[in-house]
Write a protein that binds this ligand. Structure first.
Ligand code: ASP
Length: 299
């Protein structure tokens, strides 16, 4: 089977001066993970590693660099899904962890549950030896300044960043040498979200989906609208009868027309064909093409 890797760094009105950081970030994830995928790591390992790299990068709204909620705190959501047997792990509203996607993977592999939130998720993270960071460790000056800018604005709505702005959630989709698919998504959510708010990203079928029989997808955008239409699953179902690109475009059409929403997605179908689509001004994404060359895009 062909080896495939595609990653994204969010769909929104990325300010022009942030283009380079976004492009470098998604390219770095490819550069570090694709050789390992060639050397034989699984699709699941590949998407976790790629998302880890993006979580470390302060450019993106995931791990370090995440938006602050209405209390000035960072709460993170993530999911990882295995296309072999549809197993997944997800976390929501966790704090002080750099790699929520790895906690999601631990839940998938070490518990008989699929999703943990809040305090229980924190306790489980500790029990598997994940480092709990100081609350300031994930905080960037950029997001602190943005928080103070929007904090008292009576007209602010959490989806404003998506129209024309949203934000830079991260995600990855991979196919390994055995033809297995996996997808992962990680986010800090939306700016000034209510404490406890959970968006689409950790919701199976909304923020990501992976099924070896159809395809795998990671989404980004205004979570409240993406959840309405279960965007990732909607695209995967469509892949049964349509090309990868047709399915992606259909998903965004449903998001816009039925969900009144904004966002973007990346995917790979069961034959190893890539797909992407978005209705925000920009989306940052990168993939390794059929010839093995790295391609990066921001529009
Ligand atoms: N989908 C994320 C959320 O609503 C945000 C994003 O994709 O940037 O939590």
């Amino acid at each position: 089977m062909p080896i495939r890797l595609i990653v994204h760094g969010g769909a929104w009105s990325i300010p022009d001066e942030m283009d380079t950081a976004h492009l470098q970030g998604v390219q770095r994830a490819l550069a570090e993970v694709y050789p390992a995928l060639q050397a034989g790591i699984s699709a699941l390992d590949a998407v976790e590693r790629a998302v880890n790299i993006l979580e470390e990068d302060p450019t993106f709204d995931a791990g370090r660099g995440a938006f602050l909620n209405d209390r000035g705190e960072i709460e993170l959501d993530a999911i990882i899904m295995d296309g072999r047997d549809l197993s997944f792990g997800a976390v929501a509203a966790v704090q002080n962890l750099l790699h929520p996607v790895s906690l999601a993977r631990e839940i998938m592999s070490k518990t008989d549950h699929s999703m943990l939130v809040g305090k229980g998720a924190q306790a489980f993270a500790k029990s598997v030896g994940m480092e709990e960071l100081d609350p300031t460790a994930l905080l960037t000056d950029r997001e602190l300044a943005y928080y103070h800018q929007i904090k008292e604005d009576p007209n602010f709505k959490s989806h404003h960043p998506f129209e024309p702005l949203p934000s830079d959630t991260v995600g990855a989709v991979a196919m390994d040498q055995h033809g297995h698919l996996a997808a992962a998504t990680s986010t800090g959510g939306t700016p000034r979200k209510m404490a406890g708010r959970v968006g689409d990203s950790p919701i199976v079928g909304a923020g990501a989906y992976a099924d070896n029989q159809t395809g795998a997808v990671s989404t980004t955008g205004w979570g409240e609208s993406i959840m309405k239409v279960l965007l990732a699953k909607t695209v995967c179902d469509r892949l049964e009868h349509f090309s990868a690109q047709e399915a992606a475009k259909y998903g965004i059409q449903v998001l816009r027309e039925r969900g009144q929403g904004y966002g973007g997605l990346i995917g790979i179908n069961a034959n190893g064909e890539y797909s992407f689509a978005y209705n925000t001004e920009k989306m940052a994404w990168a993939w390794v093409d059929e010839a093995g060359a790295f391609q990066t895009r921001i529009r």
